[in-house]
Design a protein around this ligand. Structure first.
Ligand code: ACM
Length: 635
């Protein structure tokens, strides 16, 4: 009996060692090169850390790692003795730089006796740590101690470095305000996926979020609006004296703290002050900066722009007046303080979606056009942007703006952030200007990620697969002008951190891989496998994510008087089950295999996907009347 159990025990040990050495590796973004070894390292309470005690950066980075290990495992890893050879995790900066990995690259070697992370610069070591954490079991992201039989790291040799130096996420803190602590949480999550740039959209029609000491009304007035909940953009107009209790702003000290917090994690912060459009909060504070005399209020989410098939116009003038010298004096003050607070080389001046219908009626603008020989309102905006560029450059910074700044003539040194597809970026690159790509059809992570029948409403969708197809260098464009790319998170419809996380993940995994990994390393099916592993990590870390990738894509067309429904999934290996009789389908219902005709009297289509015996996506119910509208639209 004893012999049998010994035999069984040794079989079990071998089996578990084998399964641990073949443990699936799921790193996002995919490293440049990864070689698996037939071995493993086991982290335990006796594991020691070797990190140059004289180098504060190296110590801090090792501290990030040991801090997370302590939280999740309970092990307080001590410093290795100089002669220690086994059970050591070492962090070191290369004495002779390894040219192949650049400033942000690293090498990571996991053997049975130890782990070595080496880099040329501290940022690379930091990214090596992120990869090492992803090699550990998912429980490593736990905020509290998890008892586990073994904390195993598969044996690997990794060489890794980013494809682009600009790997950004834009966070709109203007439409909804997010506290300093929440911004830090956002930074914590982005750096796990090797993002290095946080673009803070600090001002808009719905709020001014940065203290400007020389223009105090910007925050006294501009940071506050009426508190409204529902579907932003459709709210009832506030009453004249309704309390303006919703909002907030970052003081100079808050900004300094955020900048330091980000810098400690190798993240630059790009501040955006969006002018001359999107400026209602500024005009509410200083109405004399408008071309249109009047009293203005910070917008509280009620409609004030009209979008048409051919363009848009404003129902209330939300622009600064390019013909008014006071505007440039005010912006000089704003950019003086912004430049002092943010060490990053670039300042973003917005420039997008500037309605010009009030300028058209303004005598001051007409005089400006005559005086400066400007032939249309695009040239008026270009005149404004060029003056802003001079102000920003006078503070020692470079200017970047949304791709509308190309209209009417690009300012001499401006960098362009391409959002209306990649066209603007391609044009700017042709003009030999720097470009950051953030095309809305791939990287707008405020848009719905699945069918409108289940997603919180936004005007359009970008599914995970479209995000994964993001290619920052379009065909025919000289890559030397493309600094990188970013995903943009507008927050009109995002009221809290939980929904923010839902919108960011998993699409920010896809964009991270597009800006870090070599294009030829991208592989959709393998990406999905890794996303699923990271979903499990997020379950441990209690970070929310959207399950939309598991849900069907619906295509409906007319079939005589009836409707024909075609369904597909972006993820392979899912079965779709459906009902037309209002009941809740499960895997014992009809399985979708080919386009189906919707029965004449059906009221609802209900659909759910399964992976084998387990439900994958959420149940989706679409009224047939809604499907008919979609079919009618297609013609
Ligand atoms: C933008 O999305 N308006 C830049």
């Amino acid at each position: 009996m004893k012999q049998i159990s010994l035999l069984f025990a040794s079989f079990w040990m071998i089996a578990s060692a084998v399964s641990q050495t073949t443990q699936e590796i799921s790193i996002i973004p995919q490293p440049v090169s990864l070689e698996k070894k037939n071995t493993r390292f086991v982290l335990n309470a006796q594991t020691k850390i070797a990190a140059d005690s004289k180098n504060a950066d190296v110590q801090r980075i090792a501290g990030f790692f040991t801090g997370q290990v302590k939280k999740a495992t309970g092990f307080a890893l001590g410093q290795a003795a100089p002669a220690a050879k086994t059970n050591v995790i070492s962090f070191s900066l290369n004495r002779t730089p390894d040219k192949s990995i650049g400033k942000e690259g690293y090498t990571l070697d996991v053997t049975a006796t130890g782990v070595q992370i080496a880099a040329n610069d501290a940022a690379g070591l930091f990214y090596g740590v992120q990869t090492l954490l992803q090699l550990l079991p998912k429980e490593i992201v736990s905020e509290s101690v998890v008892k586990k039989a073994s904390w195993t790291i598969p044996g690997v040799q990794i060489t890794d470095y980013p494809r682009f130096a600009w790997r950004g996420l834009m966070f709109d803190v203007a439409r909804h305000f997010f506290t300093k602590e929440q911004v830090k949480q956002f930074i914590d999550d982005m750096v796990r996926y090797k993002y290095n740039l946080l673009h803070l959209h600090l001002t808009d029609d719905q709020g001014w979020r940065i203290e400007i000491k020389s223009l105090p009304k910007l925050t006294e007035v501009g940071a506050w609006r009426v508190d409204k909940t529902g579907t932003f953009g459709t709210f009832t107009p506030p009453a004249e004296n309704e309390p303006r209790t919703y909002g907030g702003f970052y003081t100079h000290n808050d900004i300094k703290e955020l900048v330091q917090y980000a810098a400690d994690r190798y993240v630059n912060i790009l501040p955006e002050v969006d002018v001359p459009g999107h400026s209602m909060a500024m005009v509410a504070a200083y109405p004399e900066l408008s071309c249109t005399p009047g009293t203005y209020r910070v917008n509280s989410g009620e409609k004030f722009m009209q979008w048409t098939d051919t363009g848009f116009y404003a129902l209330i003038d939300n622009t600064l007046c390019p013909a008014n010298d006071k505007v440039y004096e005010a912006l000089d003050k704003v950019f003086t303080e912004v430049a002092q607070l943010f060490p990053f080389q670039y300042i973003h001046m917005g420039g997008d979606e500037c309605a010009k219908n009030f300028w058209e009626k303004s005598d001051a603008i007409k005089q400006l056009m005559q005086r400066e020989n400007l032939k249309d309102l695009h040239e008026v905006q270009s005149y404004f942007v060029k003056k802003v560029e001079k102000i920003i450059e006078s503070k020692g910074k470079k200017m970047i703006g949304w791709d509308e700044i190309l209209e009417g003539g690009l300012a001499p040194n401006a960098a362009v952030m391409s959002w209306r597809g990649s066209k603007g970026g391609a044009e700017a690159a042709r003009l030999q200007h720097e470009v950051v790509m953030s095309p809305n059809n791939h990287t707008y992570i405020d848009l719905m990620q699945g069918d409108p029948a289940i997603e919180p409403p936004v005007y359009k969708s970008v599914r995970l697969k479209s995000s994964y197809q993001f290619e920052p260098v379009p065909a025919g464009v000289d890559p030397k002008f493309i600094k990188g790319g970013q995903a943009n998170l507008w927050t009109e419809q995002i009221y809290n951190m939980r929904h923010l996380q839902y919108m960011v993940w998993p699409r920010a995994f896809a964009v991270a891989e597009s800006v870090w990994s070599p294009a030829e390393k991208k592989n959709w099916n393998d990406f999905i496998r890794r996303v699923e592993d990271h979903f499990e990590r997020f379950d441990v870390a209690e970070i929310k994510y959207a399950p939309s990738m598991y849900e069907p894509i619906f295509d409906v067309s007319k079939d005589g008087e009836l409707l024909k429904l075609t369904m597909s999934t972006e993820v392979e290996g899912l079965d779709i089950y459906y009902s037309f009789d209002n009941s809740f389908p499960d895997r014992f219902y009809p399985r979708y295999t080919k386009p189906v005709q919707i029965p004449r009297d059906a009221v609802n289509v209900r659909v759910i996907t399964y992976k084998g015996k387990e439900p994958a996506g959420r149940m989706i119910t679409i009224p047939v009347a809604e499907l008919r509208k979609r079919a009618d639209k297609k013609k």
